[in-house]
Ligand binder design. Structure first.
Ligand SMILES: [Zn+2]
Length: 226
């Protein structure tokens, strides 16, 4: 009986520690779906970036249909532009949730940015007009969430807005924003730089700094503790 009691005390201590290590608050989880597609959550708010897109469009990454089925209700969908490797008009019809993009989103689903920024504590979304070939409307975004700065470049190589933001935590961008920043001597001020929008069989060179991460593995989850 005594041993039993000791064990249950140990178990309680263990559960207590687990609660702090894996509790609902304390981290922003970001799943890389494919191309520039991300799913982000802090356990409360659910955000999709450049997803759903058309699987396999322009020979870029395909994904499982289960990704569409598992989209959380009342999510926020943020798009950088409407090219099919970033956006699917057909697939966005079904999941519930508001949409934010640089084009004229229908009133019924348009996300009210001001309302969102004022209603959710420790969250703000800022939009920047950036350029992208064959697209009249392209935006990049800065998400400030639990005091962490997450920059979404989308498909642009335009270093204008990103070069003015200091002390970011994670940047998600294509290789061309990184190479442009290097060439123009406007280094990206971020703890981590995630390079996405790679082809499924893309070969990655060597010799990159330690804070450069290449998203070659779909469904990889990164964590930003806060
Ligand atoms: Zn693209």
């Amino acid at each position: 009986m005594k041993i039993f009691k000791k064990q249950s005390v140990l178990l309680t201590v263990l559960l207590f520690c687990l609660h702090f290590a894996f509790g609902q608050t304390g981290e922003i989880k970001i799943k890389f779906i494919g191309n520039c597609g991300l799913y982000m959550t802090d356990g409360n708010l659910n955000i999709y970036v450049d997803f759903p897109y058309k699987s396999g469009a322009h020979h870029y990454m395909k994904y499982n249909k289960s990704e569409i089925d598992s989209i959380k209700d009342n999510s926020i969908f943020i798009f950088t532009h409407r090219h099919s490797d970033h956006y699917s008009r057909k697939l966005i019809r079904n999941p519930k949730g508001n949409i934010y993009g640089p084009w004229r989103v229908s009133k019924k689903r348009k996300l009210d940015l001001e309302k969102l920024n004022n209603s959710i504590n420790e969250f703000s979304l800022q939009s920047f007009k950036t350029s992208h070939i064959f697209s009249l409307h392209h935006s990049s975004y800065l998400i400030t969430w639990h005091n962490k700065k997450i920059f979404i470049s989308g498909d642009t190589g335009d270093v204008g807005p990103i070069s003015k933001i200091k002390n970011m935590d994670w940047v998600f961008g294509p290789f061309w924003i990184y190479s442009n920043a290097m060439q123009q001597k406007k280094p990206i001020d971020s703890k981590m730089i995630g390079i996405f929008h790679l082809y499924p069989d893309q070969k990655i060179g060597e010799g990159f700094p330690g804070n450069i991460h290449f998203f070659t593995q779909q469904n990889e989850v990164i964590s930003i503790p806060f």
